[in-house]
Design a protein around this ligand. Structure first.
Ligand SMILES: Cc1ncc(COP(=O)(O)O)c(C=O)c1O
Length: 407
């Protein structure tokens, strides 16, 4: 039977992890995989997570099944964190939350729910988007197209072109949006733009599906949820896939949630019940450990305050690195503009380097980044910023001279 299977191409980001691990060079810099790294380049367990986990060990008296919707304490706490406890969608009984195995699990069960509600549904994603969006969402049977998003020349969003494209979509089209800290570009919408976008989605009867994987790592917990909150207020139907991997550092525990906002409480209940069936048919129920930790953190004022502090520290470190990289690149590459790196948010930014340059940087300079030039800013250690900036500048300058010759 298995002889009929082809060997699939290696996942480029996972391949990068192995290549970095096997590189013996002392010079090596890992800007590849999307995990937060501290100043020592380590992805540590947060102190708050350790403390909450200890409490969980002491308190937990059963590991019996919880059910397809997972941990209800977690579901309630995460909905309040994302929407705000007093949000109209929660108050009016229009919102339901189910726990999922990570943000990926939430995206997948959301896509399955959409397909179940409308087998002909199509979905549009930003150009570019996180590479895993396409397999995750298309596997559920959704047709996927792209809308213009990133402007390489400004490092920001081509907002007018994005709206023009959305204005031409058929009613009922699902629009995947990055709630904050766009992956891979770091280019986010302003609050005013979220409002404008909500008006277009509403006028065209399009349904937003917000991927919120980096809440708190952009401008702050409330600021980063602003888009999801605005849409949930202005639109009848919204899906929000939440990941706790980055903001709580719980990557391998697989903690996430899908929040569904429906037109009324009947529809919300129907959506939640169908999500339960979908989960039951795939993995039956999500793992509890990480969700139980998050619930304890968010329910306990002391833990919550300590976690917010740890999250702020990560966010501020990323901000500092963005400023330092902008400065170093400006110095190393005169005549080029890098201020967008400071304006962008979250862990990622895209360097305007060709695939050959990415390859050369890896082979000759031991600097690892995704093939499209995406870098994980938190992978930069302060003492290595100049090294990275000069190596990247060399590639950018070569590219510029080649383009000038070709032009
Ligand atoms: C944009 C985006 N969405 C969702 C996820 C899913 O995260 P996880 O399934 O690890 O919680 C990620 C992880 O890198 C991401 O970057």
């Amino acid at each position: 039977m298995f002889a009929s299977l082809d060997l699939p191409a290696e996942d480029p980001i996972l391949g990068l992890i192995a290549a970095f691990r096997n590189d013996p060079s002392a010079e090596k810099v890992d800007l590849g995989v999307g995990v937060y790294r501290d100043e020592r380049s380590v992805t540590t367990v947060l102190d708050t997570v350790k403390a909450a986990e200890q409490r969980l060990v002491n308190e937990q008296d059963s590991k019996a099944y919880l059910g397809p919707a997972g941990n209800e304490r977690f579901n309630e706490a995460i909905a309040a964190l994302v929407l705000g406890a007093k949000h109209a969608a929660i108050r009016d009984g229009r919102a339901r939350t189910v726990q999922a195995p990570g943000g990926c699990g939430a995206l997948r069960i959301g896509a399955e729910l959409i397909h179940k509600a409308n087998a002909a549904a199509s979905l549009v994603v930003s150009d570019p988007t996180w590479a895993n969006h396409i397999p995750l969402l298309s596997s559920a049977g959704l047709q996927i197209q792209r809308y213009p998003y990133y402007d390489v020349t400004t490092g920001g969003v081509q907002f007018e072109r994005m709206l023009d494209s959305l204005n031409s979509q058929a009613a009922g089209t699902i629009v995947l949006l990055h709630g904050a800290c766009h992956n891979p570009t770091g280019a986010d919408l302003s609050q005013a733009q979220w409002h404008q976008l909500a008006d277009v989605l509403s006028a065209r009867r399009l349904v937003p599906f917000v991927d919120l994987a980096y809440q708190g790592l952009g401008d702050g917990l409330d600021e980063d949820a602003a888009g999801a909150r605005i849409l949930s207020e202005k639109l009848p139907e919204v899906l929000i896939a939440v990941s706790c991997s980055k903001s709580f550092g719980l990557y391998r525990e697989r903690v996430g949630a899908l929040i569904v906002v429906a037109e009324g409480s009947r529809d919300a209940t129907a959506a939640a019940a169908n999500l339960g069936k979908i989960a039951r048919g795939i993995y039956s129920m999500p793992p509890d450990h990480g969700a139980a930790i998050v619930a304890r953190i968010l329910e306990d004022a002391k833990f919550a305050a300590q976690w917010r502090k740890e999250l702020s520290k990560m966010r501020e470190r990323i901000g500092g690195l963005r400023n330092a990289l902008t400065e170093a690149l400006t110095l190393a590459c005169p005549g080029r503009e890098f201020a967008h790196i400071t304006r962008q948010r979250g862990m990622f930014s895209m360097l305007d380097v060709a695939p050959e340059s990415v390859e050369r940087l890896r082979k000759d300079k031991h600097i690892y980044m995704a093939g499209d030039g995406r870098i994980n800013i938190s992978g930069l250690r302060e003492q290595r910023i100049d090294y990275v900036a000069w190596a990247v500048a060399e590639e950018l300058n070569n590219q510029r001279s080649k383009r000038a010759v070709a032009g």
